[in-house]
Write a protein that binds this ligand. Structure first.
Ligand SMILES: *[C@@H]1O[C@H](CO)[C@@H](O)[C@H](O)[C@H]1NC(C)=O
Length: 216
């Protein structure tokens, strides 16, 4: 079986297991987490000490590093890196693709995503629970929506770098990459062999490729 076929199989098996939930509505104007407390206590900073700087994020002016051919790099901006988002029910991501770069099939368990193309041409799509693919090439200035919990994917099909801004209706949308989840998570090999009709050698190759060390 070709790797493409395996991926499609995995997608069809996984996308029914999704737990859905929404962020709660805020009960105050904002809640900048108080860093003097541990992040699990959800204490808000005294608002007398909150400034405009708490609501501005500077971290995605540029790609995280230079993008080479076939590479993909994403910088997720959730409430854990941008505390101003805390309790507000949204977050975003900057994703840069070198020519041919791929964002592997993945889903966000807690958010719908809109992907706005800032630069380039991106083959972009998702799969619904009837296993139908909705995909096309979108270009600079165009937006696609990926419904909550559905598997989606992107590939730069232009000659130069491409960039998207993804927005989520959760401060912590979560990210489940299908190949990494299946082949990189340490599921018993015998199960994977039986589930996908692959030899131990083939599974070994996939495990190596999608193991925990490669999450880029
Ligand atoms: C917040 O800080 C101000 C200024 O120091 C202080 O007057 C106020 O009592 C504080 N509020 C709370 C809820 O601690």
């Amino acid at each position: 079986m070709s790797p493409k076929m395996v991926l499609l199989l995995v997608i069809s098996l996984l996308h029914t297991y999704i737990a859905l939930a929404s962020d709660p509505d805020p009960v105050q104007d904002f809640c900048i987490p108080n860093t003097e407390f541990s992040s699990t206590t959800h204490q808000c900073k005294n608002s007398s000490f909150v400034t405009v700087e708490d609501f501005v994020f500077f971290g995605i002016k540029k790609p995280a590093k230079k993008i080479e051919k076939s590479r993909f790099l994403a910088t997720a901006v959730t409430s854990s890196v941008f505390p101003g988002l805390n309790t507000l029910g949204m977050s975003f991501v900057r994703a840069d693709f070198g020519p041919g770069g791929v964002n592997v099939p993945h889903f966000h368990p807690r958010a719908t995503e809109t992907a706005f193309v800032l630069e380039g041409k991106i083959y972009s799509g998702f799969i619904d629970s009837q296993n139908r693919v909705f995909a096309k090439v979108i270009e600079k200035g165009e937006v696609m929506v990926f419904p909550k919990g559905l598997v989606h994917f992107q590939m730069n099909v232009g000659d130069s770098q491409a960039t998207i801004l993804g927005s989520f209706n959760s401060q912590n949308p979560g990210l489940v990459r299908i190949p990494n989840t299946v082949f990189g998570s340490g599921i018993e090999e015998e199960l994977l062999e039986k589930a996908f009709g692959l030899s131990s050698k083939e599974i070994g190759k996939l495990k190596k490729r999608f193991g925990p060390q490669d999450l880029s």
